[in-house]
Design a protein around this ligand. Structure first.
Ligand SMILES: *Cc1c(COP(=O)(O)O)cnc(C)c1O
Length: 502
């Protein structure tokens, strides 16, 4: 299987190259030239497999330049029962709201308690093998600028992975105390964490500058290293997400929630459009999905796009209690538009260029028609988010985080509007304990709010009886390893020093 750029069909690469390179030279994203098709027999065979077996099948069909042993090694190292708190890394929880069944796909049982672990636990293994195939003998240096969650998930994924080093920069006053402590206590011999004086944009600009400074690249090359990226547009982060939709479908059948061949709806709390795109890709492979329900918070640029065909990022930016969805440019949407336009690289390039220059584009009528047919877009605000958390807990003792609550709320809106009773799988993207303050205020609006986040975790646990995930429970007793703070102009020096090549 080969991959090409969404903005230039003539740019064709192998899977290993797509993963090692991250983004195409023309600025486009790598997409598979075609999708493997799973017939009834293939899907039925997966019913009998566990998560790792299902993952191996999907990976081997997309990564045709990897050997079976290589894929086996990646999957086995990533999805262990120890790292994901049980045999199934992506289990379904069955609950209901107002008499309506909810099938919640819990994607947050990994080491950082958020769904990014599903991809970032395996990406480092895919990346080191890809680099070996394309740039043999070089060590990868991963630089990350983070506003919190991605940095921690990347650190956990790359920790002690051979032939990699990871350096994470975060804005000194731009992450929560819990996130700061999570990163500063990070274990591993190949990791570095550093705060910068400035905001997230300063961190991101600094990282981009280091990436594109030729002298730095030369110094790395002299020392057998090269920069690589763990960015959310990397194919190696998208592919692992296809697996859990296929796996959830199998589990729905095995649990007797649907009959084999029945359609499901999927509901996804969306930011960068990666998670929901993975479900769309699964449907292209033959997974019977009826509707893709795209849930947003007050930053509802995608809701408007799905309803009008006009993407317009020129609008107010809101800081919400579902911060991982506070996004105005959903990068992975580009991959959907490429597919829906019949692989039209010229049109995709025009839309993306318009987005960059005027912040706005309108897709063709053909693309609008498919979007109308297959997608539903909805959003809710913070008050509705908290009301949903509280209702779901009171109704059924099921506690969800703020992002998942947005999805549940939009799903209710969808059913109300359409009367569609197709069984729905709702992606749950974070543990409620990751957003303890907002969740606590939702279930106990009158309780006194404890001072520290650790105390809020304890209080939430006391009030709900729901177990605190081990990685969060253990955090309190860990001592910080990192305390460096640098100015953004000093980031390059910091990187070179950390790599001992200065
Ligand atoms: C990243 C993230 C999202 C958004 O996922 P996309 O793939 O970017 O759409 C939703 N919820 C949580 C908790 C996240 O960390």
């Amino acid at each position: 299987m080969l991959y090409n750029s969404t903005q230039n069909k003539n740019e064709v690469v192998s899977a290993a190259q797509a993963i090692a390179q991250g983004i195409s030279k023309d600025g486009g994203l790598f997409v598979p030239q075609e999708f493997p098709k799973y017939d009834e027999a293939t899907l039925k065979a997966l019913l009998k497999e566990d998560y790792r077996g299902r993952a191996k099948k999907v990976f081997s069909d997309f990564l045709t330049d990897f050997t079976e042993d290589e894929i086996d090694d990646c999957v086995t190292k990533a999805y262990t029962a120890e790292k994901f708190d049980g045999e199934n890394p992506a289990p379904l929880a069955f609950t209901s709201l107002g008499g309506k069944e909810l099938n919640i796909l819990e994607l947050w049982h990994g080491p950082t308690c958020a769904f990014k672990d599903m991809a970032l636990q395996i990406l480092p293994h895919l990346l080191t093998k890809s680099l070996k195939k394309t740039y043999d003998g070089k060590d990868a240096v991963i630089l990350v600028a983070t506003s919190g969650d991605t940095g921690k998930a990347a650190l956990e994924g790359f920790k002690d992975v051979e032939h990699t080093k990871i350096i994470v920069f975060y804005p000194v006053n731009g992450v929560s105390p819990m996130q700061k402590h999570q990163m500063n206590t990070q274990e591993g011999g190949n990791v570095k964490v550093c705060a910068i004086e400035g905001n997230f944009d300063d961190a991101q600009t600094g990282v981009k500058r280091i990436f594109t400074t030729p002298e730095v690249a030369e110094k790395l090359a002299e020392n057998n290293m090269l920069f690589s990226s763990a960015n959310s547009i990397n194919w190696g982060r998208l592919l692992p997400q296809i697996v859990y939709y296929i796996s959830a479908y199998c589990d729905m059948v095995n649990e007797g929630k649907i009959a084999f061949g029945d359609k499901i709806n999927v509901v996804v709390p969306t930011g960068n459009f990666g998670n929901i795109l993975a479900s769309y890709y699964a449907s292209l492979m033959g997974l019977p999905i009826n509707k893709f329900i795209c849930a947003s918070n007050a930053n509802n640029v995608l809701t408007d796009f799905i309803n009008t065909g006009v993407y317009d990022k020129n609008r107010q930016f809101f800081t919400t209690m579902s911060p991982s969805m506070d996004i105005l440019v959903s990068s992975n949407l580009e991959r959907l538009l490429y597919k829906l336009s019949g692989n039209d690289d010229k049109a995709t390039n025009e839309w993306m260029t318009a987005l960059k220059t005027v912040g706005k584009y309108e897709v063709s009528d053909d693309v609008k028609a498919v979007i109308n047919d297959k997608f539903f877009g909805g959003y809710c605000d913070d008050a509705q988010t908290q009301a949903t958390i509280s209702k779901l807990f009171e109704d059924n003792n099921y506690l969800c985080d703020t992002h998942t609550a947005v999805a549940v709320n939009v799903y209710e809106q969808y059913v109300e509007k359409t009367g569609d009773n197709t069984p729905a799988v709702i992606a749950s993207t974070a543990s409620p304990y990751k957003f303890s303050k907002s969740v606590l205020q939702a279930v106990a609006p009158n309780a006194e709010l404890p001072e520290t986040e650790f105390d809020m975790v304890d209080k939430l646990n006391e009030l709900t009886g729901m177990a605190v995930p081990a990685p969060l429970a253990g955090l309190k007793d860990k001592t910080a390893r990192f305390s460096d703070v640098v100015k953004s102009e000093e980031m390059q020096d910091y990187v070179l020093k950390s790599l001992s090549i200065k």
